[in-house]
Design a protein around this ligand. Sequence first.
Ligand code: HEC
Ligand code: HEC
Length: 618
Amino acid sequence: MALVSLAQPADTYEYGGQNLTPLEREGRNTWYFWTGGGEKFWRYTAGITKGVTDLLQYVDSRRRPERFRTMGVLNDPDCTAATQPDEYGLWMDVCKPVNIPGIPSESSGVVGLRKFKNPKFDKFSWDVKKYLADPASVEPPYLIGMTCGFCHIGFNPLYPPVDPEKPHWYNFSSAIGNQYFKEGTLFSLKLTPQDFRWHVATRQPAGTSDTSRFATDHIFNPNAINSIVYLADRPWHTETMADGSKREVHHILKDGADSIGTAGASLRVYVNIGMCSDYWTTLHDPIGGVKMRQKPFQVALARKDCADWRATEARMEGAEAFLKTIKPARLQDTPDGASLLSKDAALLRRGALAFAESCARCHSSKQPPAETEKAAEWYRNAVLQPDFLDGNFLSNDRRYSVAEIGTNIGRALASNAIQGHVWEEFSSKTYKEQPPAAELKGLYNPIRPNKPIDFKPPGGGRGYYRVPTLAGVWATAPYFHNNALGLFNADPAISGRIAAFNDAMEKLLWPEKRLAAQSVWTTTEDSAIPLESGYKLKVKKGTPVHLFANINAPDLQLLRNDNFFTRIIGFFVGRGALNNVLLRKNLSPDFVVDRGHTYGRTLSDEDKRALIEYIRTF
Ligand code: HEC
Ligand code: HEC
C-alpha cells in the first residue's frame, strides 16, 4: 500500500500566512510580536511586587522542559533551552535570530513574551543575586514585554503538537485563546501556600485571565481567553457615545463593556498590558488598589504625550484586518473529522431543530426580521438551510442581564468601564445607561448554607453578559466566562478536546450533573493575607477564596482577626462576626462558579443527544 506523503509545512511564524495581504501580514506581526512599550510596566511591576510578578524570572530557561505542563505557556519553536547561564548569570532560552520587519525585539523563548535590551542597564552595578532577591535593587540587562499573542495564541485543534513542550509553529492557532495558560503562575512566583495570594493564584482556572487585576476592581473574576473568530461577520449595534454621537460597534468583552469600536478596544488592551505606563500608573494603585481611587484614562492625553500610543494606533488597521481573516477550527477539517461527526441525517436534523427551539435566538447572527410574529418558524426553517452555519457568528452579540442568564455574576460586576473609573472613555453611553439587573435571590451561602444570600447587583453598566460565539466550540471546553463548567484535562489532542466537550455539554444540558456547591473555590491550607501595615489577616483552610478576594482593598486593610481584641469580640458576638462582615461587604457574593445558564434543560434526552451531535459540526 502506498503511503500518501503530506508535504511538511514550513516551520516558521509565517506558517499559514501565505495568503495574507501586506496589511494583514503587518497585523499578524503586531499580534504576535508588538508590545507597545509595555516592557517598562513589567519592569516596574517586578520591583513593586518584589519579584512575585517578574517576567524576567518567569521566562527562566530552566523551566523550558515543563513550561506547558506547569505554566501552560507555549515554547517558541525557534528557541532551545539554555545549557548554562548567560554572561549576566541569567538563564535565557537560546533563540535563532528572526527578523520581523519594523519590530525591534527578540524572542524570550516563550511565545508572546519579547526580550529587549534595558537602556538603564549598567554592567558595573549589575549583581544577579541581588536582582533575584529584590528586582527593584538593580537594573537588569533585559526587559520583557507582552504581546497580544501571549494569551491569544494557543494550540491549533487541527494540528495538535506531538509533544506540547516541543511545538512547531504549525501547531499554533493565532487567536483561539490559550486554553491551557495558568495565569496564576505569573502572579505567584516565590509565594508559598502560607500566603493567601498563592491560593488565589492556584484556584484561577486555566485558560483565564483576571483582566481587571490591574487596574483592580477588587473582584477576583478571571475570565476565559475566548477565541476570536468571524470578526467580519459579527453583528453590529448602534450605540450612543459620550458626546451623543451614534456609532456602529461590537460588544467586545464578556460584559460588552468595550463598546467604542474594535480599534479602541485593542488600544485599551495594550494599555492594560503595560503601554503608556508612565501615565497609566498615575491613575490607579497598580497591584494593591489601596493607595488611591481609579481615575479615568484620557485618550486625548495619551495620544498627545505617549509616543507608544501613536505608534500602536497606527498599527491597529492592520491588526483588525488580520483578526478578520480568522475562522474557527472545525471538527470536519481535522484528519479524522469524518469519523468523529455523525452521518445520521435524521439525528442532525433533530439536533438542528432543538437548536432552533432553545438556542438560536441568542446563538445566531442570522436573525428573523424584527417585526415577524413567526420567529419560531423562521428559526426552524433557517437551521435546515445548508448554508445556515456559513458566515454565522453563532451569536447575536447582545448583552443579557445576569438575572436572566443565571451564570456566576463575578465577571459581569467588573467596574472598570463605568463612569469615573479607569476605562470610562472606552465604554459607550449606552453601556453606562443599562438598567441594573434584577435582585438575585437565594444565592448559595458557603458559610451558612441554610441562610441563602440575596444580592442587588449595582448598575452603571454592570450586570450583563454578551452572548459568546459557538463557532469551533467543540475545541474550547470548559465553558462560560470563567471556564468553570466542565472538565479541564490539559489535553490539546483532538481526543482530549472531545472528552472535555462531552463533559461540558452534559453539564450544560443536564444541570443536575454540575458540581454546584462543590464548585466553590476554597483554600487548601491555613494561610494569611499580608496587609500594608504588616499585619497578617488569617484565613483558615477550606475558606472560600472569594470571601476575602472580593473585598474593596482599602476596606480589607482595616480588618483584623486572631488577635486579643478580635478574640474577645468573637467571644461576645460569635465566631462568625468577621465572616458576616466579609459577606456583607463582598462585591460579588456569588460563590458557585458553574451555575447557569440552563437553556435546553427541558428538552428530551433524545433531543439533547441530537443537539450535542449538531453542535459538534459548528
Ligand atoms: C493576559 C492575557 C491577555 C493578553 C496579553 C491579551 N488578551 Fe485579549 N483577551 C484576554 C481575555 C481574558 C479576554 C476575554 C475578556 C473578556 O471578554 O472580558 C480577551 C479578549 C479579547 C478580545 C475579544 C473579546 C470578544 O469580545 O470577543 C479582543 C479583541 C482582544 N482580547 C484583544 C487583545 C489585544 C489587541 C491584545 C494585545 C494588546 C490582547 N487582547 C492581549 C486576555 C488577554
Ligand atoms: C438568552 C440568550 C441565550 C440562550 C437562549 C442560550 N444562550 Fe448560551 N450563552 C448565552 C450567554 C449570555 C452566554 C455567556 C454566559 C457566561 O459566560 O457566563 C452563553 C454561553 C454559552 C456557552 C459557553 C460558550 C463558551 O465559549 O464558554 C455555550 C456552550 C452555550 N451558551 C450554549 C447554548 C446552547 C446549546 C443553548 C441552547 C440550548 C444556549 N446556549 C442558549 C446566552 C444564551
